[in-house]
Design a binder for this molecule. Structure first.
Ligand code: PLP
Length: 397
């Protein structure tokens, strides 16, 4: 064990502060180490494993597809890619899909499509994209520039030109930032990495109106919120609006890397052969896994309803903790099973103590405990996490 960790530290680029553990097996909400220790997983690969680990439907889909066909180029039509696109289009605002391999790539595709659309429909100078402070859109150059947090920019300048940042959930700031160069507004419907920040009820509706009024595209980054996570298939459904472009990744493949950028027909028309491409994007293996994941998430709407019910239950239980420890717990917020618990102190210690008790939770924005369990989580598992947090917070207060 010690040797593996040393080797990992020596061979892998030093871009993560990892926990001293190697997981070798997963089932449902559980992860197992080599020596058989079990962990309850409320991180789920950061909102990736919606169906838990190694869901049988996803496993069988991958096995079958691996035996038939793993990869062919997008020079040819790909059967599971078409089926997945059909399902995404049927259940969303969108008419067309571009497939890629990650969230950042989906954001890059969205930025490129928005710029191309604006140049074609308006003029050469219409290329600016407005994003939110505290946002997160990924680590490639376009996506990291779109990310409204300086700590992700430092050391990598010069960044991509043509981005502006406004405070999230502040419609007048957005109104002021819009000018004749603005081509798109790019937002997470609920900020994830920024600390699970849910905007006020009417914000996105007002953003939509502003965009429509000024001929500006609305891009929603649903890489984290998409595929049932918030108690709707897509988070935009909570807010009574539709975007022009949407990005997906994280949960889409049930653990297999895949990203997607969806758009209306009117906007998608600006991409023509040669505009954009991805070697692996939408390959048979990844799209088959995503198809199995999406079919399972959508089946009879049961999982999404469960996500609403369990999310409400979890929020209620966490709110009890807030009442018990008002000096430590500042806020509980979120939707469905994307929940943040803001503390008055850095949360690293709480995460560490949970880890020692065999529970995986995540900390984001330094003081926000983030819970993104698989949608197949049970009330008993939620109770166990709440009880453990109760003990830890009790010791801290
Ligand atoms: C995680 C995330 C990304 C980046 O996804 P990667 O697959 O890591 O590139 C982009 N946008 C949002 C909202 C995310 O949560």
């Amino acid at each position: 064990m010690k040797r593996i960790l040393e080797e990992s530290d020596r061979l892998i680029m030093n871009t993560y502060n990892r926990f001293p553990v190697v997981f070798v097996k997963g089932r449902g909400t559980s992860l197992y180490t080599d020596d058989g220790k079990e962990f309850l997983d409320f991180v789920a690969g950061i909102a990736v494993n919606v169906l838990g680990h190694c869901h049988p439907r996803v496993v069988v889909a991958i096995q079958k597809q691996a035996q038939r066909l793993i990869h062919i180029s997008n020079l040819y039509h790909i059967e599971p890619q078409i089926k997945l696109a059909r399902m995404l289009v049927q259940h969303s605002f969108a008419d067309r899909v571009f497939f890629c391999n990650s969230g950042a790539e989906a954001v890059e595709a969205a930025i490129k499509l928005a710029r191309k659309y604006a140049k074609e429909h308006y003029d050469e100078n219409r290329y600016e994209i407005i994003t939110a402070q505290n946002s997160f859109h990924g680590r490639t150059f376009g996506a990291v520039t779109a990310t409204g947090q300086e700590r992700f920019h430092r050391g990598f300048e010069p960044l991509v030109p043509g981005f502006r940042y406004v405070p999230f959930d502040d419609i007048s700031a957005l109104k002021e930032a819009i000018n004749e160069r603005t081509c798109a507004v790019l937002l997470e419907p609920i900020q994830g990495e920024g600390g699970v920040r849910v905007p006020s009820e009417d914000y996105l509706k007002e953003v939509r109106e502003l965009c429509d009024h000024n001929g500006i595209l609305l891009i929603l980054d649903e890489v984290q919120t998409g595929i049932g996570r918030t108690g709707r298939l897509f988070a935009y459904e909570h807010f009574g609006i539709k975007p022009d472009i949407m990005t997906l990744a994280k949960a889409l493949g049930g653990g297999v890397p895949i990203g997607a950028m969806l758009a209306t027909e009117r906007v998608a028309r600006s991409f023509t052969p040669g505009s954009h491409a991805s070697t692996f994007g939408g390959n048979p293996l990844a799209t088959r896994a995503a198809l199995a994941t999406l079919e399972t998430v959508l089946e009879d709407g049961i999982l999404i309803k469960e996500c609403q019910r369990l999310g409400a239950y979890f929020m209620e239980r966490l709110t009890e903790l807030k009442k018990l420890y008002p000096e430590l717990v500042v806020d509980i917020r979120g939707k469905g099973l994307m929940i943040g618990m803001e503390l008055s102190v850095p949360c690293a210690q709480v995460v560490k103590e949970c880890f020692e008790q065999g529970i995986l939770i995540n900390c984001t924005a330094e003081r926000v405990l983030r819970f993104t369990p698989p949608l197949i989580v049970t009330e008993e598992e939620i109770d166990r996490v709440v009880k453990t947090l109760d003990e830890i917070l009790g010791r801290l207060s």
